[in-house]
Write a protein that binds this ligand. Sequence first.
Ligand code: NAD
Length: 446
Amino acid sequence: ARAALEGPWGQITVAERVDLLYGVANEINRRFEDFLSAEVADTGKPRSLARHLDIPRGAANFKIFADVVKNVPTEFFEMATPDGRGALNYAIRRPVGVVAVVCPWNLPLLLMTWKVGPALACGNAVVVKPSEETPQTATLLGEVMNAVGIPRGVYNVVHGFGPGSAGEFLTTHPGVNAITFTGETRTGAAIMRAAADGARPVSLEMGGKNPAIVFADADLDAAAAGMIFGNFRNAGQACGATSRLIVEERAAKPLLERIVALLQRMRIGDPLSQDTDLGPLISAGQRAAVLGFLREAEGQLLCGGEAVPGDGYYVQPTVVAGVDPQSRLWRDEVFGPVLAARSFPDGDEAEALRLANDSPFGLTASVYTGDSARGLRLSRRLQAGTVWLGDAYTQPVEGIWGGYKHSGIGRELGPHGLLDFLEVKQIYSDGIGGARKPHYAQVLGA
Ligand code: NAD
């Protein structure tokens, strides 16, 4: 990676980089079926989901960041000098250097490329460490890079585990200039400690336990559909999933009935079948962890609660109501198809907000209400990087992504997504032409 930065990659123009990144996007699309099969085989997610989400977004991440980088604004300011000539200061952006990219298993290509896309658009070289659970699409992307002529060494992949293996070796390596990570909060903390050695910058996208507040004046059909879309896609293995439902007392029964009815229509099955809505979890370990939450859960089990008998690591879509706000099920990230619900007293907006914000995490939040002033009021006070009004888990790639509190440090996507990958440099020039007497010497009377 270092050698690549010192080679032609370090000299090419933004326009040339943009062309290459468009080429990467087009080549992913040309090999769409290869990426699709690899992602489904690694994750077990429904093919229909990866077809509409993971792979097209993986390609789009290169196009979008190529477009964003063409339009990075810069700053100028003039200053007066005692000799009256004046001076000009301006900012330029330079790559940070070698970037370590450490990724999770839930959306392997999509989340990896929304880091690699901007890192390369800004002229860096990357070393990617995909999750040990989902190695294939990172390797396929290497083939794409070679095919379109990205110079050798610009995109590198190391496979392996985390602690005591590739992840730790990479993030403690002194040749790495910056680290970008998506994964669990405790892993992020370990990576931040590793980055302290050498004072290297980190950006962290981590866990979530995201609230949806639903008021009785909301369209309850839309809210129920939003909870299914927001919490059960990808079998609930999503950081931004709306996994805590906070519903106004008098709307609780009709809303929960609607949610359970929709879940009963969900088709659980073979990820390769077109009709499957809910696939298995990533691993036996993940299923055991999710079932552990369900075994100790108190409250009212409205549906699910068990593994699906037979092959595969399936868990039934589950709703538990009346969940204790101090319980693990309410506070910790389950990362499975499980919705924890509780109600708040009718009309008590302050209590709904308190329950929502009483969490170590702060990635996303949703509000469903027919009163737009109330929606806007709450959106300003919810401690979350994204708030959806009347919606859940809709994430435009041109937007902004990141979390408060234990959910992360920094923001990804859009122009914000470039900031982790750029050094900003100020250049001072006090005139064009040969050396002149420095004005500070005049000030000092020299
Ligand atoms: P994880 O933290 O277990 O692993 C993520 C990556 O870190 C893997 O590649 C792993 O090998 C590596 N790793 C583990 N320990 C390491 C160490 N000590 N040093 C360096 N690397 C190490 O996370 P996961 O189980 O793969 O993914 C699920 C988690 O990711 C969930 O908590 C989820 O909320 C989070 N996530 C967050 C976002 C977001 O945008 N905020 C998106 C997706 C997933």
